[in-house]
Design a protein around this ligand. Structure first.
Ligand code: AGP
Length: 606
């Protein structure tokens, strides 16, 4: 949720911390702050709002301190304000925190000696650590471990104290934390993008681990202060991947780079000449694959919708298979039953979503194989699944997920072909899917090149609407849900996705001049059924934007005709048009397209 950074080394920390926070800003942008230690008093700088505000404070303070921590916030406890911004300072303790201290009220009751100045759970943890740190001969890491034993909740924290200026103590339980090992410098961060340009050597902290970091050394221990061996891994993030590369927004860059990122997803996995579509890394034998009878797909938001679309393809590809798709935040608390021979597909772009992770752990605890469909390399879900794949879509910076959706659907469809092959399905049925997968990057390239301006023009017409309905049948139903989510997230227009067939059972009552309708009309066996829905909306004065690959006459207010050779996977191309529509409507409204209000890219709290 929030982003935390730390630096101890031989360079001026302020700029390094602010640059790090800028790279983490997609995790939360309600307030930002840093503290650095050096000669004299610590320099604490905090601001409400974006990291940019912090940049100007740093420009004024210009300290040569070489140790510090920083934070960019997604507010959970307490409104976005300077008082609630991190780092929180209590006595000799400065603390930044990503996560939620669930028992902070009880702890606060215990800390009578401290006068609280913020509404946050985090200040309570800072006060608790400071209280323990006041005891004789207690080292910073000891005060931190003792305090964390009393905490219920999730945390990724970094702590500094002017009493031990060359040291940063970091710890994780539930929120991601990575330690970068540099030459004469050590960095701490919520994700690997902060380390780019400093080092490609990193330690991914596991839950219950704590790192004592100095410029020259990193000591790992568990929360019982027992030493833990450190596994240093190489990180592969290049600078270009975390820059806009000339695009106005990361969102447009990520929409436009889908042909390339999808080719990375398919590379070595889809080989039409060999009638082959296969994922490596599942850690399942052919027999185990063949014995699968039930697949449960788990995700949140766009990942859930990717799973929903893929479930249609799995059902089409594999005869004797039942498939269910579940929203993680609900599924984790349901008393669900999984039949024998089940596997779970855990879908997540960030690989850190708390609800999805909780489902993974519960399903794994029940002995059901959990396979990851993940984008972020080295993320917690990727490291905790039994097997699975990276979708290789590259870092996704914009909060609204686009390229990850396209790659997730494709990866799960490959899984479907592989499963069908293991169960002896004929080549002919599978070849259609394999060929369409191989064609998909080019088809998306074609629609981006030929339709972008047209969509931008149409988008301007609909930017003033307050409400929208997205309607689709069969595989276009999950796409309608995803289209509505994209528009909601970045344009703030209230939008709902609906199965076209459900229209008459209620939502058609909404149709009036405050609404526009995006109708997804694929020229296939359901075209006429879909056109009945179209006629029903049109008859009530709907303002319809039709997205279709049909050449037939469709009397819509606006129409976007998609040229595509695809059939089964055409909905993935339709969705790219929706991504552009949402993007240009949000731009027309002047919204902060990459960092929409109230959202964060990786939801690491419940
Ligand atoms: C999508 O645009 C949103 N950012 C959000 O719904 C997201 O899909 C959801 O939070 C799941 O994230 P994940 O894929 O990183 O687990």
């Amino acid at each position: 949720m929030c982003g935390i950074v730390g630096y101890v080394g031989n360079k001026h920390a302020q700029d390094i911390l602010v640059t790090g926070l800028k790279r983490l800003e997609y995790r939360g942008y309600d307030s930002a702050g840093i503290v650095t230690l050096g000669k004299g008093e610590p320099t604490l700088l905090r601001t409400k709002g974006k990291v940019a505000g912090l940049g100007s404070l740093v420009a004024k303070s210009k300290r040569s301190d070489m140790v510090g921590i920083g934070h960019t916030r997604w507010a959970t406890h307490g409104v976005p304000s300077e008082a609630n911004a991190h780092p929180h300072h209590v006595g000799n303790i400065f603390l930044v925190h990503n996560g939620i201290i669930e028992n902070y009220k009880e702890l606060r009751e215990e800390l009578k000696s401290h006068t609280f100045v913020s509404e946050t759970d985090t200040e309570v943890l800072a006060a608790l650590i400071d209280e323990l740190y006041q005891r004789k001969d207690v080292k910073l890491e000891d005060a931190v471990t003792q305090a964390l034993k009393l905490v219920v909740g999730t945390f990724g924290i970094a702590v500094v104290s002017p009493k031990e200026p060359g040291k940063i103590v970091a710890a994780r339980q539930g929120s991601p934390l990575i330690v970068g090992i540099g030459k004469g410098e050590t960095l701490i961060a919520s994700d690997a993008s902060v380390l780019v340009g400093h080092t490609d050597e990193a330690i991914y902290l596991n839950d219950g681990e704590l790192a004592v970091c100095t410029a020259e050394n990193v000591e790992l221990m568990d929360l019982a202060s027992q030493p833990v061996s450190a596994k240093v891994e190489k990180i592969e993030v290049d600078m270009a991947a975390i820059q806009k590369q000339g695009y106005d927004h990361f969102l447009l860059k990520e929409i436009m780079e889908q042909p390339t990122t999808l080719r990375s997803t398919l590379s070595g996995r889809v080989v039409p000449e060999e009638h082959r579509a296969q994922l490596g890394g599942l850690n399942l034998t052919e027999d185990e694959l063949r014995s699968i009878e039930h697949v449960v797909i788990i995700g949140c938001g766009t990942a859930y919708y990717a799973g929903l679309l893929a479930s249609y393809y799995l059902e089409q590809l594999v005869d004797d298979l039942t498939v269910e798709v579940q929203v993680a935040s609900e599924y984790r608390y349901r008393s669900f039953h999984l039949p024998k021979n089940s596997v779970a597909l855990i879908v997540s772009q960030s690989g850190e979503t708390a609800d999805t992770l909780a489902c993974l752990r519960e399903i794994k605890r029940r002995g059901v194989p959990v396979l990851g469909v993940v984008n972020a390399v080295g993320s917690t879900i990727a490291r905790e699944v039994d097997g699975g794949v990276y979708v290789h879509a590259g870092p996704e910076i914009s909060v609204a997920s686009t390229k990850a959706f396209t790659s997730q659907v494709s990866a799960m469809t490959i899984f479907g072909v592989q499963l069908a092959q293991a169960k002896g399905a004929g080549l002919k049925e599978l070849d259609e899917f394999i060929e369409e997968l191989a064609l998909l990057p080019e088809e998306i390239e074609n629609v981006l090149q030929t339709k972008r301006e047209e969509v931008e023009k149409i988008a301007k017409q609909y930017a003033t609407y307050e409400h929208a309905l997205f309607l689709g049948r069969d595989t276009l139903f999950p796409v309608a849900l995803e289209g509505a989510l994209k528009l909601k997230e970045i344009s703030y227009i209230q939008a709902e996705g609906y199965a076209t067939g459900e229209l008459k059972h209620g939502p058609i009552a909404l149709i009036d001049d405050k609404f526009f309708e995006v109708m997804l009309l694929q020229d296939n066996w359901l075209f006429d059924k879909s056109m009945s829905g179209f006629e029903e909306v049109n008859a009530r004065g709907g303002h319809i934007v039709a997205i279709t690959n049909s050449k037939k006459d469709i009397p819509a207010e606006s129409i976007i005709r998609v040229e595509t050779k695809l059939d089964m996977l055409a909905p993935v191309v339709f969705n790219v048009v929706q991504q552009l529509l949402a993007y240009y409507i949000a731009v027309e409204k002047g919204n902060d397209v990459d960092q929409p209000r109230n959202l964060a890219k990786s939801v690491t709290v419940e």
